[in-house]
Design a protein around this ligand. Structure first.
Ligand code: GTP
Ligand code: MG
Length: 194
């Protein structure tokens, strides 16, 4: 059903602008600036240009809500590391902690850089709130298969340490080559019980 038409719903710069908490399952994409969040949503819904992307970090400044039919809601977020931690934290954390239909948070990580301090901080906050998240490695087209396997193992090993609410399967995707998108779609369908 990811091939149903996807549409833009709303941008929000404050918590009161967020669209009504509906019965549609929702998933949110977070991660450092330039990690490929917006590109990944385009890839998932198979519609380049639905979400604006940029090679300059800090492109997405608002929380942007999209939906696929009346079945699934997808949320693109500003990257952390762009907005200050407090700014990012305030509205987005409140959203993550209070959104009832939020089924899973996808944390995007660049496998060539591994988990950063900012990723670990966010995971701790999510663990503290009992929020389910899953790590997705992006831009896998940039690494050779050998390097990718090693990078993935490194991330997985770091996660085992203390990531309590982390779904125990790290996925790898490329929005460019579309590698891994079907696996991620399947994971979202499962998380949303769609
Ligand atoms: P912010 O909105 O600034 O937080 O960034 P973002 O995480 O939304 O990243 P965005 O999707 O805008 O992509 C950032 C850059 O990475 C763009 O130049 C994309 O073309 C590039 N990019 C995204 N996904 C991939 C991928 O799978 N492979 C490669 N090679 N480049 C990618
Ligand atoms: Mg973006």
């Amino acid at each position: 059903f990811f091939f149903l038409p996807a549409e833009f719903v709303k941008s929000a710069t404050s918590i009161d602008m967020i669209p009504e908490n509906t019965a549609i399952p929702e998933v949110a994409f977070i991660g450092r600036s330039n990690i490929g969040k917006s590109s990944l949503i385009n890839g998932l819904v198979n519609r380049n240009g639905l979400v604006k992307t940029s090679s300059k970090p800090g492109h997405t400044r608002m929380m942007n809500f999209f939906k696929i039919g009346e079945r699934l809601s997808l949320v693109d977020m500003p990257g952390y590391g762009w907005k200050s931690r407090d700014e990012w934290g305030g509205m987005i954390l409140e959203y993550l902690q209070t959104r009832k239909n939020l089924k899973r948070i996808y944390i995007l990580v660049d496998p060539s850089h591994g988990l950063k301090e900012s990723d670990s901080q966010i995971m701790k906050l999510l663990d503290g709130s009992g929020l389910s998240y899953q790590v997705v490695l992006t831009k896998v087209d940039r690494l050779s298969p050998t390097k990718y396997t090693a990078a993935k193992a490194e991330v997985e090993a770091a996660l085992v340490e203390d990531a309590i609410c982390c779904f125990p399967m790290v996925l790898g995707v490329s929005s460019k080559t579309k590698d891994g998108l079907d696996e991620l779609r399947a994971a979202i369908i499962k998380a949303g019980q769609l």
